[in-house]
Design a protein. Structure first.
Ligand code: SF4
Ligand code: SF4
Ligand code: SF4
Length: 297
């Protein structure tokens, strides 16, 4: 259980607490709804330039090089994480302050949609990370709450009718998210901004701006899931389908046993491989059952 779960969780998980999806939770850090609306509007108006903005005073340009410089690298990483994990009540819309997420497998994403989200506010919008990096418009970000109030002022995020319906029912959102999972997209849930939750994303690497800092520079911009995956070698047929689906290189093929093997240290617990396996050889387990990885997100 992480600090966020201890402070904001229910059933051991911060993202399964329905209160975190209501504006009531804003009282905890003394911000009002109008301020959050303004903040999100300003942030999304200029979202495309986010990756070249400063990370807590350090330009994000050439970040990989800076991170390698002794001491400077450690300082940069420290301030970048401090900014992303910020719990302060005044956010700067020109930085990704208080914007932290966690990987969620399909079952938890369904639980979020079923139990925590206000159905009247569910929308589907274009993924800006894919647009920024590949100029590709794909409707796969599910938003709710305040985002639903401000999206009309951000028309370029609204999908064309041929790409997706814009306002979704719970059933439609669950159906869409299940489709994304089958495509191999990683489910992620985000504070936006802390402690208010408004984004359920279906991400891809390397496009995702949330995974980039973590995978490229070791900055904790997103947490691994509460879960890991384990392999049942008796069922494994060695088809390698799971290996092609894993976006983190966490599954290896053992040439001696002709079976796949999970490298738990690399596994983000997204569960994509579980649904990809046709032989029931993979299952999701609680991260806490592996002592060396318990509490390590
Ligand atoms: S976090 Fe994921 S789904 Fe959301 S905008 Fe980025 S890549 Fe797209
Ligand atoms: S998809 Fe299933 S059967 Fe195929 S290699 Fe992976 S675990 Fe084994
Ligand atoms: S091995 Fe882990 S990270 Fe890779 S697809 Fe499976 S659950 Fe996701």
């Amino acid at each position: 259980m992480c600090d966020h779960c201890l402070k904001h969780g229910t059933a051991g998980k911060w993202y399964l607490n329905a209160r975190n999806y209501t504006t009531e939770v804003l009282d905890d850090i003394n911000i009002d709804e109008d301020f959050l609306k303004e903040f999100l509007l300003e942030q999304y108006k200029t979202f495309e330039s986010m990756q070249v903005r400063k990370l807590a005073g350090f330009s994000a340009v050439g970040l990989g090089y800076k991170i390698k410089i002794p001491i400077i690298g450690r300082i940069t990483k420290y301030f970048a994480e401090k900014m992303l994990h910020s719990e302060k009540s005044k956010f700067n819309p020109f930085q990704a302050e208080g914007h932290i997420g966690q990987v969620v497998p399909l079952d938890d994403a369904i639980a979020i949609l079923e139990n925590c989200v206000d159905e009247n506010t569910i929308i589907m919008k274009y993924c800006m990370c894919r647009f920024q990096t590949r100029a590709e418009k794909e409707a796969c970000c599910i938003n709710f709450g305040i985002m639903s109030d401000i999206i009309d002022k951000l028309p370029r995020f609204i999908p064309e009718p041929e790409d997706s319906k814009y306002r979704l029912t719970k059933e439609e959102a669950i159906e869409k998210f299940t489709e994304f999972n089958q495509k191999g997209y990683i489910g992620t849930i985000w504070y936006g901004a802390y402690p208010y939750i408004n984004n359920l994303c279906a991400c891809k690497t390397p496009e995702c701006a949330g995974f980039g800092p973590r995978l490229n520079f070791g900055i904790k911009s997103i947490f691994m899931a509460e879960y890991l995956v384990e392999n049942n070698p008796d069922n494994c047929q060695g088809c390698k389908r799971c290996i092609t689906m894993c976006q983190f290189g966490a599954i290896n093929f053992n040439e001696d046993t002709k079976r796949s093997e999970i490298d738990h240290s690399k596994c983000y617990g997204c569960g994509v491989c579980v649904y990809a396996c046709r032989f029931d050889a993979l299952s999701i387990i609680d991260r806490q059952v592996i002592p060396t990885l318990a509490g390590k997100y």
